[in-house]
Write a protein that binds this ligand. Structure first.
Ligand SMILES: CC(C)(COP(=O)(O)OP(=O)(O)OC[C@H]1O[C@@H](n2cnc3c(N)ncnc32)[C@H](O)[C@@H]1OP(=O)(O)O)[C@@H](O)C(=O)NCCC(=O)NCCS
Length: 159
């Protein structure tokens, strides 16, 4: 698990093109980098090849907050805890970096294992508000439970 360099960007794109039905997530990763919103990125390697990738991007909020995603693992390497380790390490980096909370838009059945809770995000006003928007405080409690939060502008392209 390591921070990728520019020489890994093509391989990361290939991971997301395989992991998702369209190029939207692969494009999103590149746009977030171009916009300077990619705060934390990690890749997993096997035999010298990138097989998984996670990104945390800056959100617009009244406190230092990151959005988790996308996360993609090549199909041949799923079910072995790769995403689990990538996500946990990325969250540790976020905590060490002084970020106060991480939001994710995803399946509660998966993300609750990391401590994400929909009820912690429910009071926020966000374009993606709903049962799939979850929050994780990085230092005990959420710095706020209401207010406006926005994902980085690149997410608006996802529709
Ligand atoms: C979701 C994904 C990142 C998980 O990667 P992984 O390395 O296989 O994950 P792990 O091995 O750490 O965890 C596997 C567990 O996650 C569960 N899981 C995977 N996708 C899930 C989903 N959408 N909803 C609920 N559980 C899910 C598996 O059932 C398995 O459960 P178990 O631990 O109880 O057996 C991978 O399947 C993937 O790249 N999928 C396509 C892209 C995607 O949907 N990304 C997430 C949204 S951004």
């Amino acid at each position: 698990m390591r921070t990728p360099g520019p020489e890994n960007h093509a391989a990361i794109r290939r991971v997301h093109l395989e992991a998702f039905p369209t190029a939207a997530e692969a494009d999103l990763v590149e746009r977030l980098r171009l916009d300077g919103d990619a705060a934390i990125e990690l890749v997993a390697d096997r035999a010298g090849d990138v097989i998984g990738h996670v990104m945390l991007s800056r959100m617009r909020a009244a406190f230092p907050a990151l959005g988790l995603g996308p996360v993609g693992i090549l199909a041949a390497h799923r079910g072995q805890g790769v995403a689990d380790r990538l996500i946990r390490k990325a969250l540790r980096r976020a905590r060490e970096g002084g970020w106060r909370a991480v939001f994710v838009l995803g399946d509660p059945a998966y993300y609750c294992r990391f401590g994400f809770r929909a009820e912690l995000a429910a009071g926020f006003d966000c374009a993606w508000s709903g049962p799939y928007l979850m929050a994780l405080p990085l230092e005990g409690t959420m710095p706020a439970t209401t207010g406006r939060i926005d994902y980085a502008p690149a997410f608006a392209e996802l529709g």
